[in-house]
Write a protein of this length. Structure first.
Length: 315
């Protein structure tokens, strides 16, 4: 039964095929669904919003939360929340809930595919063909899978998936995670992973401690011919330094799905850097993950609207 009208559910700019689930929920509770077309309309909708459903394509800053006097909860589609000022949300008394685990396999397989393609120097071979060249010396520095040394930074759901995938093809896998003391792969130090791996795969949150973790200095200490994969959070890599290391040939390849600023600027140095696989923040997508993500977000909105305790809170 449709209930009396109560308020507004604001949805940030998105790229979902549809908002059928969100519209159905709003209708059930007698709410108005307000899908924002862009960042400006999203911000203009904040004062009237009872619930804010935010995607990676928008931000909530310390300036925004004082405007959100009606807001019962912020629901983040997905697991990452570095686009939300959680401290400001807490100060405003607004809970922030995330939706983890809906695309762990998808993100892990994206990282794995990138890592293998880069280790096998596929971008270099593809570029040579397109530039009317041929094989040259491409691939002579590539270890066989049974000797490939892979370092996984972060052993959450996705990092564990990635480690198992590399193990399945015979690679030697080590991992670093300061919050993990036991694992099915050898645990080692951050320095060991960074300096002694053929593939470094990043699966970390973006924090003050991890921002620009892969810096110019770190890239210079990495194994010559190593490749870097980041499908977790933009900002973990000093991107201009990575572009320089790729151009010089010291780093043999990079697979990046998340960037410090998105969309990627027209003059961004990684656009012209060689031996890259760049994808537009799509590692999580599949024929099942979008629906699961939206269902999870809708479930959390339902909890907020019915006064039940929210799950997966970050504050």
């Amino acid at each position: 039964m449709t209930r009396d009208a109560h308020g507004t559910i604001l949805v940030a700019p998105h790229h979902f095929p549809n908002l059928d689930r969100e519209h159905a929920l709003a209708k059930e509770f007698g709410y108005t669904l307000n899908p924002a077309a862009d960042a400006d309309s999203f911000r203009k909708g904040l004062p009237d919003a009872d619930i804010v459903m935010i995607t990676p394509y928008a931000k909530l800053t310390a300036v925004d939360f004082p405007l959100m006097s009606n807001c019962k909860a912020v629901i983040r589609y997905g697991i990452g929340y570095d686009n939300i000022d959680v401290a400001a949300a807490t100060e405003a008394g607004i809970p922030v809930s995330i939706v983890p685990g809906t695309a762990s396999e998808e993100v892990a397989s994206h990282a794995f595919a990138m890592g293998l393609a880069l280790a096998r120097r596929l971008p270099a071979g593809n570029a040579s063909i397109r530039d009317l060249g041929w094989a040259g010396t491409i691939g002579y520095d590539t270890p066989v899978l049974s000797e490939l040394e892979v370092g996984v930074l972060g052993m959450g759901r996705i990092g564990q998936h990635v480690a198992r995938m590399y193990q399945a093809v015979g690679a030697k896998v080590r991992a670093y995670d300061p919050f993990v003391t036991e694992s099915f792969v050898d645990l080692t130090t951050l320095e060991d992973i960074l300096e002694n791996s053929d593939v470094v795969s990043l699966h970390l949150p973006l924090t003050a401690d991890t921002a620009n973790l892969i810096s110019k200095d770190v890239l210079a200490r990495m194994r010559k011919g190593a490749v870097v994969v980041n499908v977790s959070r933009g900002g973990l890599i000093e991107e201009s330094a990575l572009a320089q290391a790729l151009t010089s040939g010291y780093i043999a390849g990079a697979g990046i799905d998340t960037f410090a600023e998105e969309p990627l600027g027209a003059e961004h140095p990684l656009r012209s850097a060689p031996n890259t696989i760049l994808t537009p923040h799509i590692a999580w997508r599949s024929n099942r993950s979008t629906g699961a993500l939206q269902e999870g977000a809708v479930e959390r909105v339902r909890l907020a609207l019915t006064g039940q305790p929210l799950i997966d809170l970050v504050n």
